[in-house]
Design a protein around this ligand. Sequence first.
Ligand SMILES: [Zn+2]
Length: 493
Amino acid sequence: MQLYQEQTLKITNSLTGKKEIFKPINEGHVGMYVCGPTVYSNVHLGNCRTFMSFDMIFRYLRHLGYKVRYVRNITDAGHLEDDADTGEDKIAKKARLEKIEPMEVVQRYTVDFHYILDQFNFLPPSIEPTATGHIIEQLAIIKDILEKGYAYEVNGSVYFDVKKFNEQYEYGKLSGRKLEDMIANTRELAAQSEKKNPQDFALWKKAEPQHIMRWPSPWGDGFPGWHLECTAMSTKYLGETFDIHGGGMDLKFPHHECEIAQAEASNGHSPVNYWMHANMLTMNGKKMAKSTGNNILPGEMFSGENDILSKPFTPPVVRFFMMQAHYTSILDLSNDALLASEKGYHRLMDAFDNLKDLEPGETSDFDIREWRQKCYDAMNDDFNTPILIAHLFEAVKHINLIKEGKEKISAPDKALLLKTMTDFICDVLGLEHKSESNHDTNKLQGVVELLIQLRNEARSNKDFATSDKIRDQLAAMGIQLKDGKEGTTFSVS
Ligand SMILES: [Zn+2]
């Protein structure tokens, strides 16, 4: 029996706006697609929050016993600066400015993305496909949509015909917009004259002679439109209809709306059963944006090198901070909020550590089974991590009382409590016990520095027997002292 058979998971479906019972297409299996980063700059903390929300969702689905195929793409071509299919390709622009190959840009920022996610203890997705690796699949979909009459070619570019599509299907159903209103609210721009309607979007763009990222196609050299890659890759790896599609709230329109339109035009039916959108991270109450400077990189969090921070914060503390908000709520980052999270994180982890050493008694004063189900209920209610964390602190309270001898816990209950805490803290929330090792490193440093000081005192008293003993015994433990002009330093081997 798998956990998913006894726990009823509900998910807020952006398509219906309702909390629905989750039922995968194939029992025991989940297909999940999440729009990945456009790799033209360092991943910022707001993006990390979106991906972390889906990492937590991936982790909980796995914890419930589902076999999850999680596809998160890398956008390495086709993402233009403007949603209206104008402006330069973001990656090509960066390559031009830095005088390097577009694929060097892609490689550099893909490595950075993986490095940062690794620091945050993300699980890797099952498949991480790239847009440039799926040009053939994208061309096939364009041909299909053209044949079905929902797209048209102009001057080597192919556009999706939104008005035509809307006669048969419903454009705007995910974002709650009506095409008539969109048409009424737009003024025709001369630059958009190639399109029949401003709402039409590019499936394929003709590459101008100076455009460095280009592929041959039946319509001449060009490159794919941004929305198309996700339709191509999700269909290829998860099928024409799959369970969950996720992304940041800002992708709902036009990106996800266009994905639905492409898939419906091509396959004749809806591609996704549950659409999920993660909310954004603000900083000191304001939207994060590179242009205003109200922005922070993950590396700056870990080093403390940003004016809004009074100190560095470790990756697990930042992760804990993010998990304290529901993924559909806006979360505001501030130094005070981080300090409070850090305190909470240590309180939770200290109790988690102490739990292993508790002396079990005959009976328990705390109903572990009931508490454990409350933890599941929180997660089953649309992945409510803040409520889960509140329940974990309920356990912290009891652990501390047991430690003080004011409450009791039986041996089997202690084992169940330990298993449940490990499941939720490590597996589901993805909190690594890194700070403990940081804690230990600080302690080790303090101890060795104390010994260096005692050795210096011994040496100034010409007590060389003691000073040599300190040096040799530390060396035997793998700690080398090195005397230099600036004093004595040490290294651990
Ligand atoms: Zn996408």
